[in-house]
Write a protein that binds this ligand. Structure first.
Ligand SMILES: *[C@@H]1O[C@H](CO)[C@@H](O)[C@H](O)[C@H]1NC(C)=O
Ligand SMILES: *[C@@H]1O[C@H](CO)[C@@H](O)[C@H](O)[C@H]1NC(C)=O
Ligand SMILES: *[C@@H]1O[C@H](CO)[C@@H](O)[C@H](O)[C@H]1NC(C)=O
Ligand SMILES: *[C@@H]1O[C@H](CO)[C@@H](O)[C@H](O)[C@H]1NC(C)=O
Ligand SMILES: *[C@@H]1O[C@H](CO)[C@@H](O)[C@H](O)[C@H]1NC(C)=O
Ligand SMILES: *[C@@H]1O[C@H](CO)[C@@H](O)[C@H](O)[C@H]1NC(C)=O
Ligand SMILES: *[C@@H]1O[C@H](CO)[C@@H](O)[C@H](O)[C@H]1NC(C)=O
Ligand SMILES: *[C@@H]1O[C@H](CO)[C@@H](O)[C@H](O)[C@H]1NC(C)=O
Ligand SMILES: *[C@@H]1O[C@H](CO)[C@@H](O)[C@H](O)[C@H]1NC(C)=O
Length: 352
């Protein structure tokens, strides 16, 4: 109750400080002109050498971006045209700390406003491009600016903050002959162009094709190549049978025949596969494991003969992710079971 009262008093003080203007309330750096809030042109100085300095805050599970509106106007930028890369994500005026701000509040998720996501073994980073344009009238004196703004979270916090991650697994792998450990990740795409990441809330149906990328982004490909030797699947719970999908770098025969196709493997820092989704009886979800080696030369597996793997060095590393079936999602069609792709919690547990 005490806290509530203090807040109320603070709020009243805040409102009474600000100027009412038509239907709007003006901030301390604005003036009321013809029933509209306009920037007070004497409230900021011109800083010819300095770029806009957005205030970034992602402590609340949203990415909050603020840029002082009147600073922008004073410095020759068009404050009414602040946006992210996607034109459908514009900033809007807000009053924060009694100053006028152009503000954006983005949910932290994959594929929002053309963001990109980078992942290492411990953190996920959401990168957005912020577009700031120079005023064109009467003459443009400021260059347009495209600024990267980013927000980094420990992976372990993503569940608490309701951050919607792509379906992914990460670990580290040692570079042979060195003491360097690099981030190894496995991510799933929805398209054969490997451009649209599968998210935890995307629905998959049995038999859909998904695209799996196993990648060590920092690997020096002039000296090393990535080879996925084995991909296998298990169910979750008591049935711990391993089902081989890829053996010695080549699609497995038998039960898993035809489930996986190699797109590329052993010639770069990334290996790519296409996989048909499937279910393991008695288990709601499928956990996929990839066993990865770093080769010191090109090591493209020869799948036409039963040749041994090329010479490699270094210890294998195993990375895994979980494709979770949603039991609550019931479909009538016999072979169209839905998978809900998030099981982030178990994913982190598996990898830590
Ligand atoms: C505009 O800002 C200047 C400098 O902060 C201040 O002195 C002046 O009173 C402001 N004008 C109005 C109309 O509030
Ligand atoms: C508002 O004030 C708080 C406390 O000084 C500060 O942390 C925050 O960055 C300010 N917000 C903006 C948008 O300037
Ligand atoms: C940005 O996102 C939109 C909608 O998600 C998409 O249509 C467009 O191609 C994307 N642009 C780029 C440059 O990726
Ligand atoms: C992962 O990325 C974060 C943010 O860029 C960085 O602080 C951290 O040190 C990185 N961790 C590893 C293991 O590379
Ligand atoms: C600011 O941007 C808006 C929207 O793109 C545009 O209509 C307007 O002409 C621009 N103003 C100036 C001064 O460049
Ligand atoms: C902005 O981020 C992209 C990746 O999303 C990167 O390729 C580019 O170099 C970055 N630009 C700057 C100026 O840092
Ligand atoms: C690399 O990983 C190995 C095995 O996890 C560990 O023993 C070693 O200390 C790590 N090296 C560095 C430089 O972090
Ligand atoms: C790796 O092999 C695949 C499949 O043959 C090919 O499409 C791709 O261009 C190769 N990549 C490089 C970097 O050589
Ligand atoms: C695990 O599932 C397979 C079929 O996918 C079944 O043949 C096997 O009996 C099951 N094992 C256990 C211990 O339930």
């Amino acid at each position: 109750m005490k806290i509530f009262l203090v807040l109320l008093v603070a709020l009243c003080a805040f409102i009474s400080d600000s100027e009412e203007c038509g239907n709007e309330i003006c901030a301390s750096d604005e003036i009321c002109d013809n029933s509209a809030c306009q920037c007070n042109s004497s409230s900021y100085t011109i800083n010819p050498g300095s770029n806009p300095a957005p205030v970034l805050d992602c402590s609340g599970g949203y990415f909050d971006i603020y840029i002082a509106k009147c600073w922008l106007e004073k410095n020759g930028y068009n404050s009414s045209n602040i946006r992210l890369q996607s034109p459908t994500c514009p900033a809007a005026r807000e009053i924060v700390n009694d100053t006028a701000q152009m503000a954006l509040h983005r949910p932290l998720r994959n594929n929002d406003c053309n963001n990109t996501i980078t992942i290492n073994a411990s953190h996920v980073t959401f990168i957005y491009k912020l577009y700031i344009f120079g005023k064109e009238i009467p003459v443009q004196t400021r260059n347009n600016i495209i600024m990267n703004v980013s927000c980094t979270y420990p992976l372990s916090m993503s569940v608490q903050l309701n951050v919607l991650l792509p379906v992914l697994g990460t670990t580290t792998i040692n570079v042979p002959g060195t003491n360097i450990n690099l981030t190894l990740s496995m991510v799933v795409y929805k398209d054969s162009a490997f451009s649209s990441l599968l998210s935890e809330d995307d629905l998959l149906f049995l038999g859909d094709t998904i695209y799996i990328s196993v990648v060590v982004p920092a690997l020096d490909v002039t000296h090393y190549k990535l080879l996925v030797t084995t991909i296998y699947a298990t169910g979750q719970g008591t049935n711990t049978t391993n089902y081989d999908l890829l053996v010695n770098g080549c699609p497995a025969s038998g039960l898993a025949d035809g489930l996986i196709t190699v797109i590329s493997n052993g010639n770069y820092s990334e290996s790519r596969f296409a996989m048909k989704t499937f279910q393991i009886s008695g288990s709601e979800s499928v956990i996929l494991y990839a066993v990865v080696l770093i080769c010191t030369e090109s090591c493209i597996p020869d799948c036409s003969s039963q040749r041994k793997l090329p010479k490699t060095q270094g210890k294998p590393a195993t990375v895994s992710l979980s494709l979770g079936a949603s039991s609550s999602f019931d479909t009538n069609s016999a072979n169209k079971h839905a998978f809900l792709c998030g099981e982030a919690l178990s994913l982190w547990k598996l990898n830590s």
